[in-house]
Design a protein around this ligand. Structure first.
Ligand code: URA
Length: 262
């Protein structure tokens, strides 16, 4: 084996190992030897100009409030494309650092039905589109059974699909309350711009984001209102893959949605 081949194989093996670690949720590189940060040189104190307030009394760094920043930039977005750009530029959510893609939305923005999911998984992170993995395929079949599809150009038969979180949480963990809170202004703006006739929330994270409540197994199937729109909570398709017996209730929820749209 030539040196060039060996180098290529080493490089590919290293890349595969890195990919595997990212899939497993690793989001921070750690060096071999521990670093004692107490022994690291500290920056020399800045001279205080006469008449100035001593630096100890002045906050050196003002932390941005992520929710306030999100509210401001989301509120300025006048179109879906502007909102997509605002989310892609939002750097205050740690999840963004570990994600390959910002997953914004899929489907027809004229759809009467907007589906709000939780967060991208590995497949969605790779492709940059929501609900493209196994759960997404089940979602397509479920809604297809009542004549709704993300690829339909007809608003009456179309779906628009997005998530509360546009970035994949490491290891597919649940998004934390602070992460949901900072993305909520974007979700609200997203829904205002699409202006659907009804919202379907799939799972606890979007139920929490729009109603402040959790407990999807109790809430599912009961219509309520959020952001001035009828809201139907349903169990997440990933739950249905794990719990096939719950598909009967999900079918009842789909029929309830179909009746509402008529
Ligand atoms: N689960 C979700 O909630 N959203 C996706 O996009 C994929 C899986």
């Amino acid at each position: 084996m030539g040196i060039a081949t060996e180098i290529a194989e080493d490089w590919e093996a290293a890349l595969a190992a890195l990919d595997w670690q990212v899939e497993a949720g690793v989001d921070e590189p750690i060096v071999d030897a521990p670093i004692n940060r107490y022994e690291m040189p500290t920056a020399a104190p800045r001279p205080v100009a006469s008449g100035a307030v001593p630096s100890a009394e002045v906050p050196t760094r003002v932390e941005a409030d992520p929710v306030a920043v999100a509210r401001q930039v989301a509120g300025q977005a006048q179109t879906l494309e502007a909102l997509r750009a605002a989310i892609a530029a939002f750097d205050l959510c740690e999840l963004k650092k570990g994600a390959r893609n910002t997953v914004f939305a899929d489907g027809n923005p004229k759809a009467r039905v907007l589906i709000l999911g939780e967060a991208p998984g590995a497949d969605e992170d790779r492709e940059g589109r929501p609900f493209v993995g196994r759960a997404g395929q089940l979602l397509d079949r479920m809604f297809g059974a009542i004549g709704l599809s993300r690829t339909s150009p007809d608003a009456e038969a179309a779906l628009y699909i997005t998530n509360v979180m546009p970035w994949r949480p490491p290891g597919n963990r649940d998004p934390e309350p602070a992460e949901i809170a900072m993305m909520r202004p974007f979700v609200e703006r997203h829904i205002a711009l699409v202006d659907p006739a009804v919202i379907v929330v799939m799972g606890n994270t979007p139920l929490d984001a729009l109603t402040g409540k959790r407990g999807i197994l109790r809430a599912r199937g009961s219509w309520s209102q959020a952001l001035g729109k009828p809201l139907l909570p349903m169990t997440h398709p990933a739950y249905l893959l794990r719990t096939p017996a719950a598909k009967r209730e999900a079918w009842a929820d789909l029929l309830s949605l179909q009746a509402r749209l008529r």
